[in-house]
Design a protein around this ligand. Sequence first.
Ligand SMILES: [Zn+2]
Length: 385
Amino acid sequence: MGNPMTEPTLKRCTRCVMDAGVPGIRFDHAGVCNYCHMHDKLEAMFPHGGEGERILRELAVKIRRDGHGGKYDCVVGVSGGRDTSYCLYYVKEKMGLRPLAVHFDNGWDSDVAKANLARLCDALGVELHTIIMDWPDSRELTNCTIRACVPYIDLTDDVGIAGALYRTAAKENVRYIILSHSFREEGITPLKWNYIDARYTRALIKRFARTKLEHFQNVDIHHMLYWMFIKRIRVVNITNYYDDTGEKIEDFLTRHFGWTDTGQHHMDNEMFALVYNYARRKFGFDWRVVELSAKVRTGVITREEALRALDTVPYFENEALVDYCLKKQGISREEYEAIICAPNKYFTDYPSYYPLLRLFRLPIKGLCRLHYLPAHTYEKFFEAI
Ligand SMILES: [Zn+2]
């Protein structure tokens, strides 16, 4: 049920700040959680420093060769936030590639993020394609997830970004999608907190949509197979191979591109205020724990500093901002409060492809290693649930 904030303090990992309330968490004899062990495994799989630079240099040669004769070498997903901004700079200036920047807007972009994006692309001389989702569809899809009482209500953004990147790459005949998700900086989100797939999305729409979604394009398995095997599109998460931790990234971007901090990771998308408030009140989890745990593991902050940060109220935990989000979503306070008190659900309570994906876990592992799928999809999908 909603609001477990009054429950006694849960056991925490002795190394990071993940607690026993995190789905799929296990602790070893020393009290260290499986998310920390997964981090160590990913550290070994994806070296940074000199070895990471060597891997990226070789990758740049291959991407350039495959892009020969085309207008672009790769598409890069950008939001205007720190990680994607630095990634775009890295691809253009350090790897010497010809990227097409692709931005997906589900109607929640902050003005700061939009201004960052325009300045950055202008300074780097990179073309920017912005794909805007139909607002009534975007709003209704988000409302379906809220009515479904599942933890992740920003599904529009993830489906939209994936579709925007693959569809643009396919249309432009580009073989590489460059991503910038960083397990070192952003951490590893428990699968039950943000799982999505096409069957699950369809099930939520069928059961909870009150209006017809006229323009929404799902990303289904047959689309993925077409993009992977017919269009031969690869996904490379380059952030795995360079050190993107700490404030040096923000400082660099500000100095060189007049980049402005949106205040907090995820706040390039204003709906995060609602995402955060909903998850904290309904499921008793604090989204900050994932990123703070990552910073502790990489030594950017100490565990004590992370615990102190968790004790503070984040600036986006703001009733006026939540009211603004609810109003924009067309959800009344009464309906929102009723949903907070309704029984909690997870993706496992609805139809999804997950049982099918489990059957194909070994081929999926191979596809991750060969860059057909994002690098640590396998670990996230099958080792932490
Ligand atoms: Zn841990």
